[in-house]
Design a protein. Structure first.
Length: 230
């Protein structure tokens, strides 16, 4: 079975990368691992959400990897973990994160920190590390000739259900849609149930009325028979 995109991206995080990142942020390995999973899923989820709202958005993402930019990010994963994003690689990452999260960048970083039990400042560091991993993975797709706007959109759409297991509750982008969907179906089911019940009650009521009428007529016949005999 093919790994999901998020699992493949997190598979790029070697023990050395994780240790370097934990040392730079001053956090535990467990917290970094949990936070990085949430940050990666949040990045992919943000991409999917923006792509659904803006048909030209994925073109901007693919454009960031043109030339040697993608390969530079791919080659710099360990150095980004140990010292942060710098130089031209840092420029790509610093352009990528805002176009994915916009004004919600700080809120997402804070939610990741709370989810993983990290200090407030570590969330943004993990978010930028996740961005570098996502871009590095896209660079690998680009090198293999499998990265196009269409293919990326299809993969992100297919990935959406998998992301739910990585995201903290406050970052579930699909939750409002799911809730809306369920809510829109639930009242419909509630409305239909009484209608079905009403359809069954009508023949029952008629049958009950006929039974009562028959019993009433029988009672009259029983009371009249002795009078006829007299």
């Amino acid at each position: 079975m093919t790994d999901s995109m998020v699992a493949s991206i997190l598979g790029m995080v070697t023990p050395g990368v994780k240790q370097a990142l934990a040392a730079r942020l001053g956090e535990s390995l467990e917290g970094v691992q949990s936070g990085l999973g949430a940050a990666t899923a949040a990045t992919l989820s943000g991409l999917a959400r923006k792509a659904a709202a803006d048909g030209g958005f994925l073109g901007q993402v693919v454009g960031l990897l043109e030339g040697s930019a993608g390969q530079r990010v791919l080659a710099s994963v360990h150095s980004i973990a140990s010292s942060g994003s710098t130089d031209s690689t840092g420029d790509v990452i610093n352009r990528f994160v805002p176009i994915v999260f916009g004004a919600q960048q700080g809120e997402v970083a804070s939610a990741i920190s709370q989810h993983a039990g990290l200090t407030a400042g570590s969330g943004l560091g993990l978010l930028k590390m996740a961005a570098s991993l996502v871009l590095a993975y896209f660079a690998k797709m680009h090198s293999a000739g499998s990265l196009t706007v269409s293919s990326l959109g299809n993969v992100l759409q297919a990935e959406a259900p998998t992301l739910l297991s990585y995201l903290p509750a406050s970052l579930l982008p699909g939750a409002p849609d799911v809730v809306t969907s369920i809510s829109s179906r639930a009242p419909f089911a509630t409305r239909r149930a009484p209608a079905r019940t009403a359809r069954w009650l009508v023949p029952l009521a008629i049958a009950g009325a006929l039974l009562l009428a028959w019993l009433f007529i029988r009672s009259l016949q029983v009371t009249e028979e002795p009078r006829s005999a007299a």
